[in-house]
Design a protein around this ligand. Structure first.
Ligand code: AKG
Ligand code: FE2
Length: 374
């Protein structure tokens, strides 16, 4: 499967493959998608489509087609890991049927992954004898404007479009005019952003801020079409959460101030009115309280200079990076690059962190590449 893949870095990481699965799987997929299915209509502000969770539908059924079986999906996951060079969860693979009928369309969107959402997707087409007048072209966009079409792709049986979901992964499907367009969608979760990670983050943060709106994402919305730059929790107080986490781990005032400032510095929102907590943390670390927020290296250095000799720099950095990572998770879009940078600063020193922080580090930053595989 997925041989002779054409991989592109621009306008975002994606691939095309014109010969995705072998003949028996293609025949099964065609038969399943064109047969009677209890399709569910899904309507959002920029799309109307039908979808169905086929892996769940065929769970434990003896007639389950190959493309929902564990060994098949495991092989597909391994290919995806190799193509995108990221660790993907073996426990969270979703297979959806996706049908669009005349009149339906999907506007420009990016499927940007918030906390707990899938981050890698392969859409495999099973629409036969498509002609240009049928509509239903997949457009890859270079930006969020409808005109910014980088490439248009006609649905072709057994053709795959695989992509990394991010702030840049804009795409759309032009309106269908004549007949249905059928596809399978395979969704994969980065190991650092699984539903289990989401649960663990929420369980950690909820007791610290019982009043904040930290609503869990809706599992029924996973695997669907999304759009946006920010997550569903825009007013989440990440800086205060970082501070509270460090306090809970028994770290002193300088570390807490460092965590608060790092989280404030990385929430790219313009600083409207300087909060009293930020001014206090600036003062605690020896910055002028109303000076602009320092860059993160200056915050790390100031925290280190103020914690005293009892905390070594690597452990302090690991604690700060972990606290900020967890605290910002509800209001952040996941990216592999950011995860990898944080993992490199946290994982080697996780065993020196307080017990609860160590467990969190192990859940959020699982070993990758696995020890021994280079
Ligand atoms: O059906 C397609 O070609 C792509 C639909 C879509 O927006 C998606 O699967 O993310
Ligand atoms: Fe999409």
């Amino acid at each position: 499967m997925l041989e002779n893949v054409l991989f592109f870095e621009q306008p975002y990481r994606h691939f095309l493959c014109f010969d995705t699965f072998d003949e028996t799987v293609v025949a099964q997929a065609g038969a399943v998608l064109s047969g009677p299915l209890p399709w569910e209509e899904r309507v959002g502000d920029f799309f109307v489509t039908y979808r169905l969770d086929l892996r769940r539908l065929y769970m434990l059924r003896p007639d389950a087609p190959a493309f929902v079986r564990d060994d098949f999906l495991e092989a597909l996951r391994e290919q995806m890991q190799i193509l995108f060079e990221v660790p993907l969860s073996a426990d969270d693979i979703q297979v959806l049927g996706h049908r669009m009928v005349p009149g339906q369309r999907i506007g420009v969107h990016n499927d940007n992954p918030g906390l707990g959402y899938e981050g890698y997707r392969v859409v495999v087409q099973f629409t036969r004898d498509h002609s240009p007048e049928d509509g239903g072209l997949l457009n890859i966009h270079a930006g969020d404007e409808p005109e910014a079409v980088y490439q248009s792709i006609r649905p072709y049986p057994n053709m795959a479009f695989g992509f990394e979901m991010s702030a840049h992964s804009y795409h759309s499907v032009s309106p269908l005019t004549r007949r249905p367009r059928d596809a399978l969608i395979f969704n994969f979760w980065h190991q650092g952003n699984t539903p289990a990670v989401e649960r663990s983050v929420r369980q950690t943060l909820a007791p610290l801020f019982p009043d904040a709106a930290l609503s869990a994402s809706d599992p029924g919305e996973r695997g669907l079409h999304r759009d946006g730059e920010v997550s569903a929790t825009p007013n989440w107080p990440a800086p205060r959460a970082a501070q509270a986490l460090l306090a809970e781990w028994g770290m002193g005032g300088a570390a807490q101030a460092g965590g608060l400032l790092l989280a404030a510095a990385r929430s790219c929102a313009p600083e409207p009115v300087r909060s009293p907590e930020v001014s206090a943390a600036m003062a605690r670390l020896g910055f002028a309280p109303d000076a602009p927020l320092p860059v993160s290296e200056a915050i790390h250095a100031a925290a280190q200079a103020n914690v005293g000799l009892s905390t070594d720099p690597d452990t302090l950095r690991a604690a700060l990076v972990l606290a900020v990572w967890v605290a910002s998770a509800p209001s952040r879009m996941f990216t592999h690059e950011h995860w990898r940078r944080c993992a490199a600063q946290v994982r080697p020193w996780a065993h020196r962190l307080p017990m609860r922080a160590m467990h969190l580090a192990e859940t959020l930053f699982p070993e990758w590449p696995q020890a021994g595989t280079g």
